[in-house]
Design a protein around this ligand. Structure first.
Ligand SMILES: [Zn+2]
Length: 415
């Protein structure tokens, strides 16, 4: 059954978050704003040394618990060079094409002051360069930032306080439309953060009970690959990351629902947790799809790579032109929120994972087809039962190998 999330709050929060520059490495202002919001809602939270936020929504049992993760940092740039022509050479923060930087407006944060400016190709004027403008290669060496101040040479830049390494925040150019489309840069992952905050607000106000503690982790360095490498509680048994899905030909991500990701560049996500999330979608009538992302990693990868023995998964909102001129739809954020509510209010998939080391008896079983046996009479059984018929055991299957056949066995093969 669908719950009614505070979507007006979600949109207001999203617009506000998009107005706060937070390139990886310069995230303190957004961390302060989100912390303030959590405080207002009466949510207990703490900051890690580096400034990630770990909030806790208490459940009936405090351990083993679960984590949901979003990232506060976005793409951006840093000053690479103070140029002789009074402009700034840039290097990207995070992975994004120089193509999407051309024409961007942004803020440069020097040690003492904030400047505004535009990122432009070196040959920016059609009246001067004619069709050479179209022949310039797309790369960051071919761009420079024009600062809106009377700066004509390197000495002017130095005297104004510019330095190599100054952070550049790229404006989001956010626009919400009445039909639900949301256009902006940095929807990755501020749309995820706003959805998470709306879910927290809903859970607080509706006083819905959580069966176990849920830690909400707001990470600050996902775009450079080290998001959730630290900050997880030791007894977190399962973790769901919320990030952007990839809309493109050949991809299966949907624009108006939630997409459960089966694998990304770091490999397949946890089988049991992923299928449990799919089961929740079906059970609660949440529009959903499955997808695999090819050039993609998220906070789940950094959590596993840094040695956490936990089950991880990734759920996403549909995002067109990710890391470029991004667009999502409010329906998609609502679906992600619906899934989060049903996940956070459900029991953990395996209750016995309190201790990190469990016996084979307690370990979940995955259905299988024996390789060596073939049954003549029921070839249709190859299709097997869908997992959601095992609602009550949440993915665990009783052992029954008697009626299974090899997936590629045909009638002729049968003795
Ligand atoms: Zn992201």
């Amino acid at each position: 059954m669908a719950v009614s999330l505070p979507l007006d709050y979600l949109q207001d929060m999203l617009l506000e978050l998009l107005s706060i520059h937070s390139p990886t490495g310069y995230t303190d202002p957004v961390v302060r704003r989100v912390s303030e919001e959590l405080g207002k809602m009466g949510v207990r939270y703490e900051l890690t040394r580096r400034g990630a936020i770990r909030a806790t929504l208490p459940g009936e049992v405090y351990s083993p618990d679960r984590a949901v993760v979003v990232h506060l940092d976005t793409l951006g740039a840093q000053v690479k060079e103070l140029k002789e022509n009074g402009r700034l050479g840039l290097t990207p923060v995070g992975t994004w094409s120089a193509r999407w930087a051309e024409g961007a407006r942004g803020s440069i944060f020097t040690d003492s002051k904030l400047f505004r400016g535009s990122i432009l190709p070196l040959k920016a004027s059609g009246h001067v360069y004619d069709d050479e403008v179209d022949k310039q290669p797309v790369n960051w060496d071919n761009l420079e930032m024009r600062v809106d101040a009377p700066l004509y040479n390197k000495r002017d830049l130095l005297e104004a306080g510019f330095n190599v390494g100054d952070f550049v925040g790229i404006d989001s150019q956010a626009e919400l439309l009445p039909n639900g489309y949301i256009n902006a840069r940095h929807l990755d992952d501020k749309a995820g953060v706003a959805t998470m905050l709306a879910v927290i607000k809903f859970l607080k106000e509706s006083k819905m009970k959580l069966p176990v503690d849920c830690h909400v982790l707001f990470t600050i360095s996902e775009e450079v690959g080290i998001g959730a490498s630290a900050g997880l509680h030791g007894d977190v048994a399962e973790m769901v990351t919320i990030d952007n899905g990839t809309m493109a030909p050949g991809q299966n991500t949907i624009e108006r629902g939630v997409t459960v990701v089966m694998a990304d560049s770091s490999g397949p996500f946890d089988y049991h947790l992923t299928h449990f999330l799919l089961h929740l979608c079906r059970d609660h009538g949440i529009t959903h799809a499955r997808d695999i992302f090819r050039y993609y990693r998220c906070d789940s990868a950094s959590a596993i790579e840094s040695g956490n023995d936990i089950r991880t998964s990734l759920i996403t909102f549909g995002l067109d032109a990710s890391h470029g001129y991004e667009r999502t739809h409010l329906d998609s954020l609502n679906s992600v929120g619906q899934l989060l509510v049903s996940y956070m209010t459900s029991h953990p998939i395996f209750k016995r994972t309190k201790s990190a080391h469990i016996s084979l008896q307690d370990f979940p079983e995955t259905r299988k087809v024996p390789v060596a046996t073939r049954a003549a009479d029921e070839p249709d059984n190859v299709a097997q039962l869908p997992l959601d018929e095992a609602k009550t055991d949440r993915g665990e299957r009783p052992r029954d190998d008697s009626k299974k056949v090899m997936p590629n066995a045909s009638k002729e093969d049968t003795p």
